[in-house]
Design a protein around this ligand. Sequence first.
Ligand SMILES: Nc1nc2c(ncn2[C@@H]2O[C@H](COP(=O)(O)OP(=O)(O)O)[C@@H](O)[C@H]2O)c(=O)[nH]1
Ligand SMILES: [Mg+2]
Ligand SMILES: [Zn+2]
Length: 318
Amino acid sequence: MKGLVIKCPRNIFTVKKMDNSDYPQSNIFYECRIKGKVLKTEKRCYNPLAPGDIVDFEESARGKGMILALEPRRNLFKRFNRKGRMTQILAANIDQVICVTSPAQPPFRPRFIDRVLVQAEASGVNAIIVLNKSDCIDADYQENGIAGRLADYQRIGYKLITVSAKSGEGIEELRSLVRKRLSVFTGQSGVGKSSLINILLPNAQRRTGALNEKYNRGNHITVLSELLESGTEEAIYIIDTPGVRQLVPDGFAAEDTALYMKEFAYPALQCAFGLSCTHTNEAGCSIRDSVESGTIHPDRYESYRRIRIELLDKESYT
Ligand SMILES: Nc1nc2c(ncn2[C@@H]2O[C@H](COP(=O)(O)OP(=O)(O)O)[C@@H](O)[C@H]2O)c(=O)[nH]1
Ligand SMILES: [Mg+2]
Ligand SMILES: [Zn+2]
């Protein structure tokens, strides 16, 4: 049988039987294990399968199954798990990344957004920025440069929508963007991912958290990625991801970082120092010139520097 991986707690995989019919599909779930060593997975990877993976499996007992093979993946959305020093696959076979952010509570963090966007580019999928909690927009939004940073993401080619899980603003637009697609929702803890998912998928009912809880260590409400779906003709598929404090990109080399930042790619290819340029201290580097001339926002350049250094650091011990 063919199945869709829904979630993977402790290497027991919840697999939904797939059939050939259109939506909504069957609602038959199996608790599966992987048979022997049939899956060749990446070295030093935290989890062999992720929500969104498609597998071949057989029933072994009532409601139980054995996974026999993994279908080739279209893409993977990963991060580097620094504590475990290995790759963690958050989602597979996705159509888009929904990067959820908020103007306040928790504070707006463009550096987190940049990491998500880099990882989306490295996965080869489109990312959309969703500013939730529009009901919390206050004077700070203009004064502290949040509006300006968001406008820059639009300038470099990202779609931005403004929503509120509380007031309902923008929800219909968000719904139209996630219809008939598999989206991965990612963003800092507390920005409202689960709240938005609960509105889009009324039968999902994810736990949402009080804000003060969010800042406590090891007290995340969502600890695992999980695939949720509308089960209706809307065919909304969403993978909710755990709240992480820091998303360390994974799956590409430090020296290629610029290729995964939209507005860097062109000057990177033009750089007189070629692809070996670090774009950090070389005089006459096209990327540094672009920062000077304003085609690259200085904040994005700072993100570039930090991500690159972090990846170099990671490469030194993996
Ligand atoms: N004011 C306001 N609060 C929201 C909004 N969306 C979510 N919240 C609150 O923010 C907190 C964190 O939400 P949650 O969905 O758990 O965030 P997650 O960690 O990203 O999944 C909860 O207390 C929600 O009630 C919103 O649009 N406006
Ligand atoms: Mg959550
Ligand atoms: Zn350069």
